[in-house]
Design a protein around this ligand. Structure first.
Ligand code: HEM
Length: 283
């Protein structure tokens, strides 16, 4: 055997051992994942959907659920980019931070620090991302057997109201943006034409996030007053949003300084945007 042949055989043996190592590694990591997942807490889409904002932000990514509440302020984009996916099956967003570009391996390693469970269906079986996304959309295309979905009596009623131009009962979300900045993002429910569960998913001005201010911050009264606006509208008929044009009718203590920044009309605009967009979900 000449030197070349020896070198070639040694090279082939080296490549073969590398390939074996790689496949052993692949096998053991997938085994480990499966075993780990069985040990994780089971979380349903309904439970996931309860954590849909900055106060508590859970995301389902590739079948696992992560509580990334603490990470949201550190994410290297505007918060809306990442908040939009809270409470949802987020694999699509994760795999496409920009269209076609997934997050880096470093980001993946960070994500695992926030692991809290695995996504399951109503029977406790693992729920794949595609099935979860379809379930969130209400599986509009049809049922599991491929039958076209029929209108249920509730849907029929909704269609009837929509045709008459009446706002439908349901959960709404709407925003007011100006100068390229989202300033108000409001969520509310409508029941028999009355408002409930009003909350701000976002409230900011010039990069200052009012929801994160400390009580001793100069701007804190602005946040407090916006909360008063929401409380005053709670249980009121939808038409009460017109009072937002005169916020002093709804909020107390509007002094000169904070009065200048309390813009009830922005909140009004976000409500109108929500109504224009139509029902966001049927809670
Ligand atoms: C699922 C919703 C998410 C969306 C839509 C999203 C979107 C983005 C965007 C647009 C960027 C900046 C653009 C770029 O780097 O090219 C980015 C970067 C980054 N994101 Fe996210 N992100 C999401 C969730 C997360 C989560 C949950 C984490 C970590 C726990 C995370 C960690 C990072 C990191 C570390 C970067 C820096 C770039 C990289 O390492 O890939 N992101 N993301």
């Amino acid at each position: 055997m000449n030197i070349n042949k020896i070198a070639y055989s040694a090279f082939v043996a080296f490549v073969a051992s590398l390939a074996t190592l790689v496949s052993i590694q692949a096998l053991s990591s997938s085994d480990r994942d499966a075993a780990d997942d069985d040990a994780l807490d089971s979380i349903t889409l309904d439970e996931l959907a309860e954590h849909d904002g900055a106060e508590s932000c859970w995301k389902a990514i590739h079948g696992r659920v992560y509580d990334i509440t603490d990470y949201v302020p550190d994410h290297p984009t505007e918060e809306e980019v990442i908040l939009e996916w809270c409470g949802r099956e987020s694999t699509e967003g994760w795999d496409n931070k920009r269209p076609g570009v997934p997050h880096s391996a470093r980001a993946e390693a960070m994500l695992e620090e926030y692991l809290i469970g695995r996504l399951v269906d109503g029977d406790g079986e693992p729920l794949e991302p595609e099935a979860a996304a379809r379930a969130e959309e209400g599986d509009e295309a049809g049922d599991a057997d491929g039958e076209p979905a029929r209108l249920s009596p509730a849907e029929d009623e909704r269609l009837h109201r929509a045709l008459l131009g009446l706002p439908l009962d349901g959960r709404y979300r709407g925003v007011f943006s100006d100068g390229g900045e989202m300033q108000v993002n409001v969520q509310f429910d409508l029941r028999d034409g009355r408002l409930s569960n009003i909350s701000y998913r976002h409230l900011a001005y010039r990069g200052e996030d009012y929801r994160r201010l400390d009580e001793d911050d100069d701007l804190y009264p602005v946040w407090a007053q916006h909360q008063q606006l929401a409380e005053a509208l709670e249980g009121q008929p939808l038409t009460a949003i017109f009072a937002l044009y005169e916020p002093e009718r709804l909020a107390e203590d509007i002094d000169g300084y904070s009065g200048a920044t309390l813009r009830g009309n922005k909140v009004h605009s976000a409500f109108r945007d929500a109504l224009n967009r139509g029902v966001y979900s049927w809670p």
